[in-house]
Design a protein. Structure first.
Length: 128
């Protein structure tokens, strides 16, 4: 699996019991630079949080890891295209899939991973 250093986490949560918090925390603890996006939080994981994708620096968009419902994914993909912030990898966490978004992003050269936990994939990649 090809992991990139910078990861924008869309839907990062303040709730330590949610995967949208402990997965980005794991990534931060494993030398990834995590950029949290959440319109309702100021600080998560001791990091300043971006309210909107347009506020995140363009160089952060090596990978995008999404913790949002499947029905929101196409809108996120369209926004990344509109902002000219296409990542190399667009990762949808477990339970998240959107075929239209996948096709749209892949047509622009983005590698798309659906319904897979990035933390589990990372652990399997390096602890096997």
């Amino acid at each position: 699996m090809d992991f990139h250093k910078n990861i924008v986490v869309i839907g990062c949560s303040r709730d330590e019991k949610k995967a949208a918090n402990f997965v980005p925390k794991y990534l931060s603890e494993h030398e990834f630079e995590v950029y949290c996006v959440n319109p309702f939080a100021k600080i998560i994981l001791k990091k300043n949080v971006y309210k909107k994708l347009e506020d995140v620096p363009k160089e952060a968009f090596e990978m995008v890891d999404v913790f949002r419902p499947s029905e929101e994914i196409l809108g996120i993909a369209e926004e990344l295209i509109r902002l000219d912030k296409l990542p190399k990898v667009f990762w949808m966490q477990e339970g998240i899939k959107n075929q239209k978004a996948k096709e749209l992003l892949e047509s622009r050269g983005v590698r798309v991973i659906e319904d897979t936990c990035i933390m589990k994939a990372h652990k399997g990649e390096f602890n096997s």
